[in-house]
Design a protein around this ligand. Sequence first.
Ligand SMILES: Cc1cc2nc3c(=O)[nH]c(=O)nc-3n(C[C@H](O)[C@H](O)[C@H](O)COP(=O)(O)OP(=O)(O)OC[C@H]3O[C@@H](n4cnc5c(N)ncnc54)[C@H](O)[C@@H]3O)c2cc1C
Ligand SMILES: *[C@@H]1O[C@H](CO)[C@@H](O)[C@H](O)[C@H]1NC(C)=O
Ligand SMILES: *[C@@H]1O[C@H](CO)[C@@H](O)[C@H](O)[C@H]1NC(C)=O
Ligand SMILES: *[C@@H]1O[C@H](CO)[C@@H](O)[C@H](O)[C@H]1NC(C)=O
Ligand SMILES: *[C@@H]1O[C@H](CO)[C@@H](O)[C@H](O)[C@H]1NC(C)=O
Ligand SMILES: *[C@@H]1O[C@H](CO)[C@@H](O)[C@H](O)[C@H]1NC(C)=O
Ligand SMILES: *[C@@H]1O[C@H](CO)[C@@H](O)[C@H](O)[C@H]1NC(C)=O
Length: 489
Amino acid sequence: MNLLSTLSCLPLLIWLSSAGTSATNPLLSTSAKACGLIAQTISTNSAIFLPGSSEYASDVAHFALSAEQNSTCSVEVGTAADLRAIVKILGSTRAPFAVKGGGHNLNPGFSSTSGVQLSMIRFNNIVYHAKSQTVDIGSGLIWDDVYAALDAYNVSVVGGRATGVGVAGLLLGGGYSYKTNQYGLAVDSLTALEVVLPFGEVRTVTERSDPDLFFALRGGGNNFGIVTQFTMRTHAQGTVWGGSITYDGTRGDAVTNALLTYTTNNSDPRTGLQCTYATVSGESIVMVNLFYNGPTPPPGIFDSFLTIPSISTDIGSRSYLSLIQSANTNLTAGVRGLYNTISHTAVTRNLTSAMRNQTNFYSSLLSSSSLLLAGYVVEPFIPSAYLQGKSATAYPPNRLENIHPMNIYYAWTDPAFDDEMLRTSRTSATLLKSVATAEGILGSVLYPNYALVGTSVNDLYGKHTERLRDIKRRFDPLNVMGLTGGFKL
Ligand SMILES: Cc1cc2nc3c(=O)[nH]c(=O)nc-3n(C[C@H](O)[C@H](O)[C@H](O)COP(=O)(O)OP(=O)(O)OC[C@H]3O[C@@H](n4cnc5c(N)ncnc54)[C@H](O)[C@@H]3O)c2cc1C
Ligand SMILES: *[C@@H]1O[C@H](CO)[C@@H](O)[C@H](O)[C@H]1NC(C)=O
Ligand SMILES: *[C@@H]1O[C@H](CO)[C@@H](O)[C@H](O)[C@H]1NC(C)=O
Ligand SMILES: *[C@@H]1O[C@H](CO)[C@@H](O)[C@H](O)[C@H]1NC(C)=O
Ligand SMILES: *[C@@H]1O[C@H](CO)[C@@H](O)[C@H](O)[C@H]1NC(C)=O
Ligand SMILES: *[C@@H]1O[C@H](CO)[C@@H](O)[C@H](O)[C@H]1NC(C)=O
Ligand SMILES: *[C@@H]1O[C@H](CO)[C@@H](O)[C@H](O)[C@H]1NC(C)=O
């Protein structure tokens, strides 16, 4: 039996008897009531925690401090049956809640709440099925765990490019990978999802069983229920080549030339690339992450990057896990952060010049605003990447359009500048959009996992929006999932 859950239940109930009667904060009393009901309902496979405990602290923790909130209680859910009961309690109390996977979404309220924080951390199973070449992945895992477990079988999946990113959020938003050119988006590898639907039914959703839900869950975010397990197709995985190179900002023109050579000439689906124009503590740099799905790339593809003098280079043949852990994105974990985005369908010199200008312009403008990093990331894909998807997914609405999701990332420390950072990123995205429009390369929709809170769902799903709204109405008529944050249909 689970001692912790029993221990935490008693103080919780005592505390609730006061919080529950608080007439001054109805939201708190609603949440406290839900916490109390959950504590009485869950099995010993799940546990509920209060502020002050180490479990609570890790349940509410996020990559970006600005996306963190202190919830009324946290629940580490252990079974689909418990989750089903919890969803019913949330629906009847109408308590605000949040579902956290890897906690890497940077939008406040998307996986954090002042109400009931659900942590999926106990959904941590990984089962590889050699015969069907699929893997069952618990929805509380991060990609590091998945790559590490599959390594022993010499197989892997299409997933995140950075350490610590959650399987759940990345998949529910679409999922760009180093292997997207070769195998499509991460959602294109999904064969099934186990979901607790908003009206409290546990269901295994496949293309055949529920084509509408299968479409909607692959990119439609947390609008349709809470996922407990993903099943993905695996592929053979050997040693890969790549890593990151950091250049001084003065090499910007040379790196841009190499980038344009790559985007113009490369059609090898085994390649992946990200190029970041950034300012880090006032210093202008350019960073490229290179990837080849094989022990060495054919000559020519990346040579133009490799010959530019760099500040530091960490490139080589390595395991896929080692590759994603090499770019130390954890350096800006635990500070404030935001993502914003525009989409473009090709890379041009004018667009990259504008990105570099934005990096420099805003880092100097924001230099007294505790800014640590302002980065603008180009992520080019080959057109065939999007044609790998065998059936339509919520995102992207048009697979004939070669969307490059540009990522705008600001990291800072002082909460007093939260609003200014949001405003600035919006102004900057608007300017880059106008450049892309002038160049004739503006993409039609934005990538949900890079989009800023407040982005309209129409800007994410385009012509798929109405179908998604219909599916949402059918499966969540009481709008239970509307009690949690995210892009709401
Ligand atoms: C350092 C870093 C690197 C990144 N690298 C990549 C990358 O390579 N490719 C890419 O495409 N994106 C990348 N991203 C973006 C990333 O995909 C999103 O931040 C994503 O939302 C993170 O998922 P998560 O589970 O960690 O986040 P969380 O914040 O835990 O969740 C994100 C959203 O998913 C919902 N959710 C979580 N679990 C469930 C569930 N079980 N059921 C229903 N809804 C759920 C949450 O409610 C929330 O709305 C990166 C982000 C960061 C910060
Ligand atoms: C959450 O509560 C802790 C302990 O009181 C506090 O240190 C922390 O700043 C709070 N976090 C947020 C995001 O309010
Ligand atoms: C994985 O590949 C290595 C190196 O080629 C090999 O030694 C090992 O036997 C393989 N393991 C499995 C389970 O196929
Ligand atoms: C980065 O941080 C996450 C979250 O704490 C952790 O799971 C991961 O192992 C870290 N990665 C590295 C390479 O240290
Ligand atoms: C593409 O490759 C060809 C042949 O190697 C080369 O002449 C051309 O300059 C390259 N294009 C760009 C934009 O670099
Ligand atoms: C790039 O922008 C400049 C103005 O800054 C413009 O004159 C030029 O035509 C643009 N280049 C292309 C290829 O559109
Ligand atoms: C640089 O960016 C600033 C802010 O958006 C803008 O005002 C300026 O015109 C840009 N300069 C160039 C050369 O693009």
